[in-house]
Design a protein around this ligand. Structure first.
Ligand SMILES: Cc1cc2nc3c(=O)[nH]c(=O)nc-3n(C[C@H](O)[C@H](O)[C@H](O)COP(=O)(O)O)c2cc1C
Length: 196
């Protein structure tokens, strides 16, 4: 089947939606970049079909929280080596600590996933010795749901409204690349083919 700009865009969004559902998917943990030039791996939790929202979970005490705040440029990079597809996205990020999206995400999170928000020192904080800062008695077991409740104070979501998507597939013939842009989530995507 010949590729079209529509089919390429659908490939990207379906790939990301599946990556969010499937922890074994190659794009499950993309690289997230901030405007200070820093990069980090984050687990993709949700990708809406129009890319108006990529959702990640994070600790409110981490450095990227103040960097992103209510609005900041964020980039997301994912690669699927089997399909040889690279997705490069840029958009506007925002952190939400309270509100329906953060509340629903926390409610759905399993106790084992909530455990990292119980760490007594937040990400990047100094420790006297190597370790996770998770309370000793929870190091080797999942907490009960009741034991995780205090972690909610440290839990936040990073939401990214994607405004540009660069899709590249490497092929023996040199590759195929398309770029999609829009000004904001209310505007239509404009796609074009570009040289790889
Ligand atoms: C496989 C993997 C998955 C990760 N998932 C997340 C995640 O979902 N959210 C998160 O905030 N950090 C996640 N991290 C940790 C980040 O890469 C990073 O170290 C941490 O968020 C602190 O980043 P910061 O100092 O830029 O805030 C993950 C790391 C790895 C290796």
């Amino acid at each position: 089947m010949d590729l079209t700009l529509d089919s390429v865009f659908a490939d990207a969004t379906e790939r990301l939606a599946e990556a969010a559902r499937n922890r074994r998917h190659a794009m499950h943990a993309p690289v997230v970049g901030t405007a200070d030039g820093d990069l980090r791996i984050m687990v993709l939790r949700e990708a809406t079909a129009d890319l108006a929202r990529l959702r990640f979970h994070t600790d409110l005490r981490s450095a990227k929280i103040s960097l992103i705040g209510e609005s900041a440029p964020v980039s997301v990079l994912a690669y699927d080596p089997d399909a040889r597809v690279q997705l490069r996205m840029r958009g506007e990020g925002r952190i939400e600590h309270s509100g329906p999206i953060a509340d629903a995400a926390w409610d759905k999170a399993a106790a084992s996933s909530r455990r990292c928000y119980l760490a007594e020192t937040g990400p990047g904080g100094a420790l006297d010795a190597a370790g996770s800062a998770i309370p000793e008695d929870l190091l080797h077991r999942a907490p009960t749901i009741d034991e995780t409740l205090s972690g909610r104070a440290n839990f936040a979501v990073l939401l990214v409204e994607v405004r540009s998507l660069d899709w590249l597939q490497l092929t023996h013939e040199g590759g195929i690349r398309a770029r999609f842009r829009r000004n904001d989530a209310a505007s239509p995507w404009q796609g074009s083919w570009i040289a790889p």
